[in-house]
Design a protein around this ligand. Sequence first.
Ligand code: DSN
Length: 423
Amino acid sequence: MYRLNSVDPHLSELLSKEVQRQHRTIELIASENFVPPVMLEVQGSVLTNKYAEGYPGRRYHGGCHVIDEIESLAIERAKKLFNAEYANVQPHSGVNANMAVYMAVLKPGDLILGMDLSHGGHLSHGSKVSISGVMFASRCYGVNRESETIDYDEVARLATEIKPRIIIAGASAYPRVIDFARFREIADSVGAYFMVDMAHIAGLVAAGVHPSPVPYADFVTSTTTKTMRGARGGIILCKAEYGHKIDKAIFPGIQGGPILQNVAAKALTFKLAMTEEFRRYERQVAANAKALSLGLAERGFRLVSGGTDNHLMLVDCRGKDLTGRQAEESLEEVGIAVNKNMIPYDPAPPAVTSGIRLGAAAMTTRGMRETEFRLIGQMISEVLTSRSSRVTERVKGEVSDLCNAFPLYFDRVEAAGATLGAS
Ligand code: DSN
């Protein structure tokens, strides 16, 4: 931070502002988390200097013997952690991981069946505005209007009718356990490949808090961020028989050289995820999400599907006469970060929405437990219910006190204060 300050004071100041923002915010964006400082160290390491197109033992650049060891370590740890037959740790992101699976087993124009984005799915599962929906034909399944959970009979009916080449399970905003065995049955009944994108729940899966898709799916993709609390990037796990096709699809298919500092950070991510501390953390994430959801429900908020089994929940803001966008903005004003989110059958457009998505992963990393999450539920309720400046000012102070009681990257925040000239 100090060295950057002398080379590029402007950028240094922006980084300082961001670390302070992170420290001062109650971060409830469900895809975010705080990595341990040692992860920042690896991601900022000299590995950024190296090129290593190809795979361990078969590279297109020289000088790769150390890199080969690092990538092999990441691969072996990924396989062990998730009990997978094969792993590719090179995807630059979750979307790239998904694209590589499509590239490995589909031809342009083949039919994808994925979860509706507006019901909690992900853009890269066939949305018409994503390359996955431009290059491939796509249809989507949603959730049942009453239960707001996946209607597996409806997925089966649709699959039988349209005969997709691949069926995708996995979501960005689905608060319930996904029945991977049932999806496998459906895929088998129509001769489709079965892929699971477990990006949001991967940490819960690693810790045994959510059932694993690995025994059921041909391909499992993920990011190593979010509940995994690790490296920026993606992975693909698959049955051994598909390994060669997946490797070819990543390189030379859709990527060049891997981002090696991130590959190394993935190795670290998997090591940390094998610890009892990590398993305890993930159990606490689920317990905290439940505490927050119960607190909000008790205060009159309607939760999509009635609650949560995982790290996130969707709150319907219409009961408080608010759009998702208004709720997001009001909460941001007091230092609580959430994102507006479509709820199933949402009458509002995506830039407005009727809901907000809240996740527990990040603030659990900061050490908060059920008591603090109940308090956060109370703050959210007060801000969204009263909407008076007096309440806003009071809650701002409470947010600040709570953040200071659970500090983040203490030395960096202190240094940032010095850079910004704060006391
Ligand atoms: N889909 C984005 C989210 O869940 O926030 C990130 O992958």
